[in-house]
Design a protein. Sequence first.
Lengths: 373, 1062
Amino acid sequence: MNRGHRHGAGSGCLGTMEVKSKFGAEFRRFSLERSKPGKFEEFYGLLQHVHKIPNVDVLVGYADIHGDLLPINNDDNYHKAVSTANPLLRIFIQKKEEADYSAFGTDTLIKKKNVLTNVLRPDNHRKKPHIVISLPQDFRPVSSIIDVDILPETHRRVRLYKYGTEKPLGFYIRDGASVRVTPHGLEKVPGIFISRLVPGGLAQSTGLLAVNDEVLEVNGIEVSGKSLDQVTDMMIANSRNLIITVRPANQRNNVVRNSRTSGSSGQSTDTSLPSCAPPPEPSLEPGEDDSDEEEDIVIEDSGEPRQIPRAAPSAESLQSLSQVELSFEYGQNGFIPANEVSLPPVAGGAHTEFETRAPDQKLLEEDGTVITL
Amino acid sequence: MMKFRFRRQGADPQREKLKQELFAFHKTVEHGFPNQPSALAFDPELRIMAIGTRSGAVKIYGAPGVEFTGLHRDAATVTQMHFLPGQGRVLTLLDDDSLHLWEIVHHDGCAHLEEALHFQAPSRPGFDGASGLPSLAHITVVLLVAVGDMAALGTEGGSIFFLDVPTLTLLEGQTLGPDEVLRSVPDDYRCGKALGPVESLQGHLRDPTKILIGYSRGLLVIWNQAARCAERIFLGNQQLESVCWERSGHTVVSSHSDGSYAIWAADTGDSPTVQPTVATTPYGPFPCKAINKVLWRSCASGEHFVIFSGGMPRASYGDRHCVSVLQAETLVTLDFTSRVIDFFTVHSTRPEDEFDEPQALAVLLEEELVVLDLQTPGWPAVPAPYLAPLHSSAITCSAHVANVPAKLWARIVSAGEQQSPQPASGASSWPITGGRNLAQEPSQRGLLLTGHEDGTVRFWDASGVALRPLYKLSTAGLFQTDCEHADSLAQAAEDDWPPFRKVGCFDPYSDDPRLGVQKVALCKYTAQMVVAGTAGQVLVLELSDTPAEQAVGVASLDLLQDREGFTWKGHERLSPRLGPLPWPAGFQPRALIQCLPPAAVTAVTLHAEWGLVAFGTSHGFGLFDYLRRSPVLARCTLHPSDSLAMEGPLSRVKSLKKSLRQSFRRIRKSRASGKKRMVTGSKLQEANAQLAEQAGPQDVEVTPVQRRIEPRSADDSLSGVVRCLYFADTFLRDAAHHGPTMWAGTNSGSVFAYALEVPAAVAGGEKRPERAVEAVLGKEVQLMHRAPVVAIAVLDGRGRPLPEPYEASRDLAQAPDMQGGHAVLIASEEQFKVFTLPKVSAKTKFKLTAHEGCRVRKVALATFASVACEDYAETCLACLTNLGDVHVFSVPGLRPQVHYACIRKEDISGIASCVFTRHGQGFYLISPSEFERFSLSARNITEPLCSLDVRWPRDATRVSHRSRESPKLSQANGTPGIILAPQSRDGSPDPICKEADTLEPPEAMLSPMSIDSATSADTTLDTTGDMTVEDVKDFLGSSEESEKNLRNLSEEEARACAILIK
């Protein structure tokens, strides 16, 4: 806020860092201890304090070294912002209710000017459609590649997270023949293949599944020896948490890991799939895992819908179950997703929370009334 | 995770042992009438009958309970069967010209019908006709020659071969060619013409050396095989169909293709005889059809019987299936509804008797067996104690009631006796009485109810091996049907020539498809039942021992509840007959409830104690108080966007038609385009290439079968179909008060639970309560996977299913545990879940579809008693999947116990028809006319156990000729145990077999099906045969796929066997 500080910052960033914060048309300058930036909460309070807006919910952004406007909303990105700020940390504060989310994340230098002008003069931007991208904590995964460390490179285990009913899973499977290397030479064996992806469906939007990929397992259960209808039924039964192991038709994008020699990738066409892939983790076993997210909905005579919780062993925890539980327990399945691919959904993640609730509410509207003769 | 590990590794040895004591899979017996019978034989000495089928099955029947099945390796048609009298051996001829010798043999402590030998006629194509050497191709007839254990085989070429029966080897050098016979025929008869195939071979009771040979051209020869000369020759000129040699040997009767039969005198006159003594065309003078078979039976009264099939006037009655019985001046034309396969008479075969004295005539038809008593004037039909044509009208649903109280049983039997014109003595006159039934009298009575397309419900005694008809309930009389075709039938009957008499009960033609019975429920304590039909009619009936004339109260219930925008385009409701109607003794209707719209009833349940009946259709469900005759509740289950359910079945038919039309059009188009190219292509080669291209497999691959992967959504069509309904006395609203509840499950995974307010007065009985029953929606559960709810059951504090109505209050069952927390088991097509009550929270579950890729078709709670311990029993959940496998799960833990491959995956009607009993047995249709009975319980097994006094020489040399062991695994049904008491010819019983006779019967026999009724409740949840779209979808798979599945199935079988080995 004064020159002394700026000199201090310029003199080797030893202790302090200069912060220039803008809210509306007002600028504030102050300094921070670079080595001890503190927590985001404290920083947020400080900003509210220096701008004298103690009770206003705001969004905090900063300009990174490329000039992109990036959000600060947790400790991690706050620390990132502090550590990358050179020499000056430029902070932009917007009121939450009039926040322009589109300003965030634009990552081209060309647009940099525009971004800043947009932020500076939000009125210019009003005519544009209001594309809302939620904050990172509102994101949820729609698909992931899992178990890369235990699967051969030629295989890919894909998890599709189906929330709500708005977006179709969007794929079809068919019978086909697969060529395998066996001790007796090449052999043609029947297999199940992805035959079609529905445009705009979940399967297509993940980019992890493609037409002619061979389906090897569904939620940890091998499909070999099963009919097309059986596999269809298995997939539909698991559709809310579908884990398919495929051998992609396109094998060129496979990641070659260090742990495996190139020779072993040739071996992976072998029929001895179980030897390559160890028995599926228990978490993949449908029915065995108690933590699958599929909870039935019960409407008590009070008319209040709730999801059916699992029976708790003790009586006291039963009481707590009267609350609506909508938490998605994808993190609790006993493994850490090894390569989460979180695609920002087009419609915006903030809506998904809505979508999951929507069926319940619909149900209540439909069935809440009781007709007695 | 740890839990998981333990479960996977740990096959707890104790539990494994217990499982073996509780569960075992057997297909035990086939009930009903064999599908597509093709041959008939009777052994007059043992008085047993054999029926062969087009699929190669051999079935032997004796007295009720004595039966016996074998299956040829090749699924070829059995064309002829011949018993070796008194030996328990039967020779079968298949249409692939192979002969098979079956015998009842002792084997490992129990006996089987085994194929001992087989003989394949050598084909010698080079010698056919050209060299004059006879060839043994196309065996037309077989005759067992009493002397020397020989069989004579007549062939199409006119030769007769002789076969040594004990070894089934051809006796070279004895062959009788047509040339040899022609030598004794006058020249003017020969005319250079061949004699044609051998049509008939007959032996003679008193003179076994002689054979009567009938050739197709009409020539009859009595051939002395010992002297190798023709003793008598009858120069018939009419094409021969069959020949009968009269007992005394003086008369020969021949039947012909022009509908005539001729009687030849064999003892007088010259040889060759040129003219028959009598030749008549019984249904002349207009052209008649052939008389296929003729029998001549003499009587002491001198008035012999002539019995023949066919011979009807071609123009007017050529399509009738008739057997004519003529005695003196009495002629009866038995008019059957299906084709006549064969017939025989039961008569004396002792050589010392002078006359045949036929007692009975048994006629095997395509669809049933009819036996007439020839000794009683009027020749009445004898009701068969088994072989009932289950499909006399197509079976539309079935249900099993176990542990029927003796009182109700007696009332049903007496109602059935009043119904059938036969006196009770009919059972004693059943002529096929061979063998002894060793099975103990069943300790509990099981009733199988089958609903039929014509609106009847048939009651069958399913307690033992023989499925005996008890009573038939017809609901058609209550309604005015479209076509009153009785008049037209009456007109046809007015013609008194030929003297037709309708015999048999096979009548597959339904007056009105709306009469079809969809669901049946019976309360065995109050003798009240519900019958629900295709046009939304729900009928409450009560058993009455006296006939009555009464009007039936009709109430209609709108299940749509004023939903708008829907129109019903399906069939109209049936209009009931108004006013008092006469009802015979038996089940008489008390109330008729009409669902609106009149869609087929898809679920029904009855609670006689509360006087309530609940029913559901594709639109919703209703609850009706039949004591007060007032509706209690109607609830629409339709999803707003489900228009398909509204339009009714007609529009679906239309769309099917449309798609069929489209596919036909596509085929035609491709053909047309193919033709066009062929026309332009001038060269033949090109055309051929194109044809090959068209027929090639590439064409098939153009449209691969693909399946969409999408979770079920709320607005899938037919989501509102009510799949199951259930009454329970349990805790719905709070944990302190239990009370009557009603549960309903739909096709889209919704479960509705209602708390009912039932006035206490109802419990008193007939008194009509003053207050109305009230229903309040207590809970609604939406299963997230939205799969159809197949069954609902409430488990008491000990995890046992609740007893049936009245069972607890009348001390017939252990009272349910009302202290511990109740739980509700909800079985959907994809998974089973147990929820706590009254707070609905998931306790245990098993996701069957996610594991196995199969869907649940039928489930039932059944009690499995242990073989090892008299008192130990477990209640388990038995489940049949769309792949035809039967799985058993523990309750309420829902742990998989065992699974067996039961029905072929492709047999969708078999899977749809399956019904479980409450003691771990089950039935399913293996053909329209046959129920296969199977048991999952190791203890409760109903299988044939019988003895047969057979005599045949048991020399050791024979054994060496045995070609192979019998096919044990491939048998159509299980391996019915027969305990033999064979006698050697010298009369001293075989020591081994004597031992066998005194052997202890298998454990299953010692501990018969008596299972304390207190330990279980009749919880056959949903049993009736509805077919879903998925069923059809399952069926329509590529052939390759089905082959693959068959392979899987057999692998599964092998695995199942491995489990069984102790």
